[in-house]
Design a protein around this ligand. Sequence first.
Ligand code: TYM
Length: 338
Amino acid sequence: MEGEIQKKKILFSGVQPSGTLTLGNYIGALRNFNLLQDEYNCIYCIVDLHAITVRQDPATLRRRCLEVAGIYMACGIDPEKSLIYCQSHVSGHAELNWVLSCFTYMGELQRMTQFKDKCAKNENNINAGLFTYPVLMAADILLYQADMVPVGSDQKQHIEITRDIAQRINGIYGDVFVVPDAYIPKVGARIMSLTEPEKKMSKSDSEDSYIAILDEPNIIRKKIRRAVTDSDTEIRFDRENKPGVSNLLDIISALSGESVESIVISLQGKGYGALKDAAADCVVDTLSPIQAEYKRIMADKAYLQGILDKSADTANKLAKRTLSKVYRKVGLAQSGRK
Ligand code: TYM
């Protein structure tokens, strides 16, 4: 991969190991990681440094890093083709973070909507890491000179600030960084909560509000059966007035590949019960093989750990190339040692 990485374009993305991964993570991001892995040289990171912006139980966090790696692979990421590693195993992320933070303005960070949301959720722990979170994310991406970053729409603003920082530094020092593009799926870029469909589905909300990738089929069916819809009976896509129904249509469309229009036609004259059954069937059919594969992968933790270690070695080499270029460009002293 290290040699080959120069030929194809580079794709980078990451997921926080801060909770159980959800159907939103799968549809908005993980599914596309898999679809894009033949076209690009892909680097998939488990962003544990980002996760500690919110208090984590150490043992749980450590366990979750391995679990996210298992989920990546169960979703189809092939460690022979792509890198899968933990962010904290490549020190370049934190080092580039510092340099980039010297080229990022307080005002830019203050405008980030995710920062405002997270402050509201973590009133007792509004730490500086939460504020500078997007700079570390920019470092993740720019460290590998990534061309493409597949994410859900909630990360769009973070990709924009990454581009701004890259362009700013390129403007001062010449071509230092590739300016990355976001890859945001047309369908399913924002899967909504099952209990409050005007809010994003999030692993940090109540269990009923999200479907976990590892939820058992009967739990998935139960959660979808209880999903909030509306007092009307018509199955129609209308995000503003019928957010619950539209979300279920979005989920079916994203997972089946069928257009929302044809799903609506096929459900004409039927009630919300039929819509929910169709959504639950799609989700169970998609997640069951992933869950089986996950179980198989997690049975051999030493193999999984080996993949993380090997990928981190390669990632470290790639990261060092960019870091030394950046250090040289901004004028940091060169070491005399070989
Ligand atoms: P995180 O861990 O919150 O989510 C991981 C990915 O899942 C997407 N996603 C969703 N997509 C659709 N509907 C939803 N309800 C939903 N919830 C989450 C997210 O958009 C994301 O793509 N800051 C990032 C992690 C990160 C990163 C990076 C991503 C750190 N460095 C560099 C890309 C590149 C985050 O918190 O994602």
